[in-house]
Every structure is written in C-alpha cells, then in structure tokens.
Design a protein around this ligand. Structure first.
Ligand code: BDR
Ligand code: CA
Length: 316
C-alpha cells in the first residue's frame, strides 16, 4: 500500500487525480492538503471539502498557505479561464461546504504525518509547491523521513504553458519549487514533457460517467469547462496533468526518467523555468553543483497510463 498525502489546488484535473487516488486499490490516501493556484486558497479548500463530501472520502483536509513561500512576492492572476471562476468548471458549488477541516495548517499536517509514519509517506503535490517548502523550512529533518515526493510541475525539455519558459505550478511559486528540488529527498518531476501526452476525450469521459455512476458523472460535469479550454490544443479532450503524476506512483514502468540536479529560475524572463543538469554531463562551476539528483520524466506510455486511469476511475 502506498500511503499518500495529496497536496492539491482543485482545479478540474486535480479533481480527477483525487478520485483516482481514492479509488486505486493500492493507495491509502491519508491526507489532503490544499494549495492556492487554480483559485484562491479559500476556493480550492472549499472545493476539496466539496469533493470529499460528494465522493465519501475519509482522508482529512488541512488548509494550505494563502501566500507564496517568499513573503511579499508578486502574485499572478488565477486561471479562471481554464478551471472556471469556482475552480471546478462553474457547476454551481455552494459557497460553504459543511465538512470540517483539520485544525493544523497544511505544512504542519505534512510534518506531523511524516514523523508519525517514518519512511512510509509519499507526497504527491500537484499545485504550487508552497506547502512543501513551508514544511521543509519548519522541519528540515522530514527529508530523511519521507519515502518520496512526486510532483506535477515543470517543463524540462519542452516549452512551458504560462510563459515559453515556465509551467504553471512552478511559475506560481518559483522559490518554493526550487527549495523542493534541491532538498535532500527523492523528488520525481512529472512535468509537461509527459502530462501533455496523457489526454482524455470528451467522449471517453462521458462513457466513463455512464459506467462509473454518480461520482464519475460529477467528474464529467465539472470537466466540461476545462475540456472547452483545451479542445483547441488537443481535439475535444482534456489534458490529464495531475492524474499523470498519480499514475507514476503505481505504474512507474510506464515512464522514462532521467536523473540529474534540477534548479528553478526565480527571476528574469525565465522565471519559473525548470532546468536539469543531467548526471554524467560536465560543465563549468554552476549553481547545479553538489546538490541531490532528482528524477525527471521525459516520456510516458500514454496509452498504458490512460488505460489505468480509465479502469481506476470506474472501480467501485
Ligand atoms: C498544472 O496547473 C494547474 O492548472 C493544473 O491543475 C496542473 O496542476 C498544469 O500546468
Ligand atoms: Ca493542480
């Protein structure tokens, strides 16, 4: 069993990832921590509460930071044109959802859970890396106690999606992402290099909804706005960014990876760019020296990944 804390900014593709984690038989979802990104922290937390309620998920939710890792850093507008004003495709979610939150802030929940389960917890982070960086700052010793950190974020050998250089989750809090990449724990970067290859058509989603009952019907409904956004890029389909990172957790044989130190550019026109120094390549002295190597995904068996996603979403 993989014990998972899911750090997320729901978000349409986050919602699919949450249902995948909740339904996969080898995953024990022990906590949900919320990040801001696709919408404000109030909205993404309310959305996590709503999805927990609708899908009968038992994992507690801890609310994350409302601001970036570096105090006072300029913020970017939320992408309402991708996820809707409510972050979940404008389907009409109540303003307040009566689902209690864990009393701790997300980073403290992460620290406490890792310390209570040494060597066992995988952090799957699919929003800005703010909560993870705050946890590292408050308790650097967790790096030796966590099993693995799998992130959806970055664009290593491909262009970004917010700027030509940067992917959204990294661009939204570059200092946090850099802190996560250079910490002495095992990070796997599931970025646009692979996530843009994992797509689901509107038709397939509708077919899954017919098979999967009311839970998948909700996913289908909330995904329509997002599919409308992506349909120009991938024919009448949605890009399955965040679930792709969850697939890595249970089916890593579907991915090709490359090891090397990863840094994040925090200023200038390349702000938010993720750059790997592949192991074995030699350069002059650089700010990539003497840091831990991390794995980046460079390719994926997309058909295999999507088969697993489809099978898992309709499991009862
Ligand atoms: C990432 O940004 C968010 O919009 C998505 O939920 C995903 O985590 C893709 O760049
Ligand atoms: Ca996300």
């Amino acid at each position: 069993m993989h014990k998972v804390i899911f750090d997320t900014d729901p978000g349409v593709d986050d919602a699919m990832a949450l249902l995948f984690l909740a339904r996969h038989p080898e995953i024990d979802l022990i906590g949900i921590t919320t990040a801001f990104g696709n919408a404000s922290i109030e909205t993404t937390t309310r959305n996590a509460q709503y999805l927990k309620q609708q899908w009968g998920i038992s994992a507690p939710i801890a609310k994350g930071a409302a601001e970036q890792y570096e105090p006072g850093r300029a913020t970017h507008p939320f992408p309402a044109y991708i996820h809707g004003d409510d972050g979940l495709g404008n389907i009409g979610i109540p303003d307040v959802v009566d689902v209690p939150l864990d009393p701790r802030p997300a980073h403290q929940f992460i620290i406490d859970s890792i310390k209570a389960n040494p060597g066992e917890i995988v952090l799957v982070a699919v929003g800005r890396m703010t909560n993870l960086a705050n946890a590292l700052k408050a308790a650097p010793e967790i790096t030796g106690l966590v099993k693995e950190v799998i992130i959806m974020g970055g664009a290593i050998d491909v262009p970004g999606n917010v700027t030509p250089a940067a992917e959204a989750n990294i661009h939204g809090d570059p200092e946090a992402a850099d802190a996560v990449m250079i910490a002495p724990w095992k990070v796997v970067v599931v970025g646009l290099d692979v996530t843009l290859k994992t797509t689901m058509t509107r038709q397939t989603m509708a077919a899954l909804a017919r098979k999967g009952g009311k839970d998948v019907e909700l996913l289908d409904r909330l995904s329509q706005f997002y599919i409308d956004f992506y349909k120009g890029q991938v024919r009448d389909s949605m890009v399955v960014h965040d679930t792709c990172a969850c697939v890595y957790l249970v089916a890593r044989e579907l991915f090709t990876t490359r090891s090397g130190v990863v840094r994040v550019l925090t200023t200038g026109i390349g702000e938010g760019m993720t750059v790997q120094k592949p192991d074995g390549m030699t350069f002059g002295t650089s700010q990539w020296d003497n840091l831990p190597s991390q794995l980046v995904c460079t390719d994926v068996d997309a058909a295999g990944a999507m088969k697993l996603v489809e099978e898992t979403l309709v499991r009862q």
